[in-house]
Design a protein around this ligand. Structure first.
Ligand SMILES: [Zn+2]
Length: 132
């Protein structure tokens, strides 16, 4: 019978469990496991919006990255980098709905202020307007 806390303990040498433990350490590293993928994704936290939108990344990676951006790491406004929590987090349509932007792949976390300021503009128009 498996115990919940037995994951951290090194199994006795010579057993099948020890063999599997060594293989897991070899393939995933000592800090592998359930959150290893998210640690990998966290290293790419500074991806630009363009990277994500242009589809240059593996779709599986993109969906995990999106999960990370919304739920695991510190949630930041994509436009001004403000830290967001549950009450301040809003979903902005990168391509505005009025210009035919879909719901799924098109949503990015943003603060209410940037979301309101962007309104119905495209990303390019918004950045241009904000810079001037
Ligand atoms: Zn913002």
């Amino acid at each position: 019978m498996a115990h919940i806390h037995s994951d951290n303990a090194v199994p006795p040498r010579g057993t099948r469990e020890y063999f599997l433990y060594k293989r897991r350490v070899r393939t995933l590293g000592r800090r592998g496991g359930r959150l290893a993928r998210f640690r990998e994704i966290a290293r790419h936290k500074r991806l630009t919006i363009e990277d994500t939108v242009s589809g240059a990344l593996d779709p599986v990676f993109v969906s995990e990255y999106r999960y990370f951006v919304w739920n695991v790491g510190p949630v930041l406004c994509v436009y001004c980098n403000a830290a967001l929590d549950k009450s301040t987090k809003t979903r902005d349509h990168l391509v505005p709905r009025s210009k035919g932007g879909p719901n799924g792949d098109n949503l990015v976390p943003s603060c209410a202020c940037c979301n309101r300021a962007k309104a119905d503009d495209s990303l390019l128009m918004f950045l241009h307007r904000r810079a001037s």
